[in-house]
Design a protein around this ligand. Structure first.
Ligand SMILES: C[S@@+](CC[C@H](N)C(=O)[O-])C[C@H]1O[C@@H](n2cnc3c(N)ncnc32)[C@H](O)[C@@H]1O
Length: 229
């Protein structure tokens, strides 16, 4: 396994090196993907409820969620052991209220209707079968509770890709090459809006909205688990 093996196989777990690079250089900019939606998604989780983040990476978003909603129990799940080790270290101060587990979106290790909310940010493009992963996310949701998934947009606008890459913690000299990397390697493996729409149609959700994220090279899916299948 090489230092950057995910570049060759996007479905492989991040290596320790990839986890470090993503975590330190790119992850801080990903807040533009979910920023406009986070407050509404969090407000929808009932008081004292539980929230799952699928593909939680190094745990940056878990920290934000835990700080904004001290009443919630949070679980972060990621395929990469390196990411989960980092997420555990980062969230240790929240004690048992934040739990981080290694696992796959394709086969979530939780009972049906276990969570009061499920979130996933920039992870879907790595799942071997995104439709299966999305149905797993819906399976573990309690009826009436919300699923929110955001991912890079294969058909993103050049100016949104440019703004995203400029938010990476890299020397500006590397920005042009990083834009090409994002466009040709990352976004190219991400779903397009119509693909996300067609996957969403098979989910036991209601009030589904699939849309482009304003000002970010991203698309989002949200909806509530139907009360009756
Ligand atoms: C681009 S990173 C996003 C991390 C984090 N959500 C963020 O926004 O900074 C994608 C994450 O998805 C994880 N991942 C890839 N395949 C996965 C799978 N099948 N199940 C769960 N997580 C997966 C990777 O290990 C990685 O941490």
């Amino acid at each position: 396994m090489g230092f950057f093996s995910t570049l060759l196989d996007f479905k492989a777990p991040y290596t320790a090196g990839e986890a470090w690079v993503y975590d330190h250089l790119i992850a801080p900019g990903v807040s533009s993907f979910h920023g406009p939606f986070l407050a509404a998604q969090l407000d929808a989780v009932p008081e004292g409820g539980s929230l799952l983040e699928v593909g939680c990476g190094g745990g940056q978003l878990l920290i934000e969620l835990a700080e904004r909603r001290p009443d919630l129990k949070l679980v972060g799940l990621d395929l990469s052991e390196g990411q989960i080790i980092r997420a555990r270290q980062r969230t240790a101060r929240f004690g048992g209220r934040v739990r981080c587990v290694v696992g796959s979106a394709q086969d979530l290790p939780f009972d049906d209707t276990h969570f009061d909310g499920v979130i996933s940010v920039a992870s879907l493009k790595h799942w071997p079968d995104p439709a299966l992963g999305l149905s797993e996310c819906a399976r573990v949701l309690r009826p009436g509770c919300r699923l929110f998934v955001v991912e890079a947009d294969r058909s993103c606008r050049p100016e949104d890709a440019q703004a995203f890459v400029e938010s990476w913690k890299i020397p500006s000299l590397l920005t042009p090459a990083s834009r090409v990397f994002f466009r040709m390697i990352v976004a190219d493996r991400a779903p397009a809006l119509d693909e996300l729409e067609s996957w969403s149609e098979a989910l036991p959700l209601e009030g589904v909205v699939v849309r482009r994220v304003e000002g970010a090279p991203a698309i989002a899916l949200e909806g509530s688990r139907r009360l009756h299948r």
